[in-house]
Design a protein around this ligand. Structure first.
Ligand code: MN
Length: 248
């Protein structure tokens, strides 16, 4: 019963009534990591040993990107995306129309540990829209530790992932609910919402990966633009401003 008690304590700290109710009902008490007692792992007894290990985090993830049990979250706003869209005039018009505080995408995260082997699990909710003929997008990045891979799993909406390597390879993958994408290391990646609804993905990657955004800015943007095809859909077009990536 020790594990259940621990989880009830954790749930009581949560402000989310649903999570608390589910914990109390025992729905979230499983035979997962919580059954691995630190005392068994470390050969010691005493609940104080829990303090030296990351705590398992039970999460409830909604198709709208909500994450009960999250440890952090943040928003990216229109004003944060200066230089990201190819059409600077259209970007300035959008800033004037909607304001710099307009949310473009939001991220919820669960991070229970740092360092090699630890994971970050989260959701990304990218709102629909266009700047000029370019669809709403995330900044995009290469992992600072470039060999770190990432999983994306589409929970709702319609989007694409743009994937490029520094030596010029490019791939665009459409994602609908249920579709997943395994992004290997050394691939720059960006999400684009090509639909009318929020594009929501679940992601998971190494906690030590980090993000290098500057590599895209230094290259004049990613090589591939995802744009309105004029017929209610999307297509890709070469970014004329792209100068090629410089290896770091
Ligand atoms: Mn990433």
């Amino acid at each position: 019963m020790t594990e259940i008690s621990d989880r009830e304590v954790q749930a009581d700290k949560s402000t989310d009534a649903l999570a608390s109710r589910e914990f109390r009902q025992g729905r979230r008490v499983t035979s997962g990591p919580a059954t691995i007692r630190p005392s068994a792992v470390l050969g010691q007894t005493g609940s104080h040993m829990l303090l030296s290990l990351p705590r398992p985090a039970a999460l409830s993830i909604g198709s709208d990107g909500t994450m009960v049990g999250r440890s952090a979250g943040y928003q990216k706003r229109l004003g944060d995306l200066a230089g990201t869209y190819r059409d600077e005039g259209a970007y300035q018009t959008a800033l004037a129309d909607h304001g710099a505080d307009r949310i473009v995408y939001s991220v919820e995260e669960s991070r229970v540990a740092d360092g090699p082997g630890a994971l970050i699990i989260g959701t990304s909710t990218l709102l629909p829209g266009r700047i000029g003929d370019e669809f709403a997008l995330t900044r995009g990045h290469l992992h600072a530790i470039a060999d770190r891979a990432e999983l994306y799993h589409c929970l709702s909406g319609t989007g694409v992932m743009v994937l490029e390597t520094i030596d010029g390879a490019s791939q665009v993958v459409a994602l609908r609910p249920g579709d997943a994408l395994h992004v290997p290391g050394h691939w720059l990646h960006r999400s684009v919402n090509v639909g009318q609804e929020p594009f929501v993905t679940l992601f998971c990657y190494s906690a030590d990966a980090g993000q290098d955004y500057g590599i895209i800015a230094d290259a004049g943007g990613m090589a591939t633009l995802v744009v309105d095809d004029g017929a209610g859909g999307w297509t890709t077009r070469r970014n004329p401003n792209h100068r090629g990536y410089q290896a770091r």
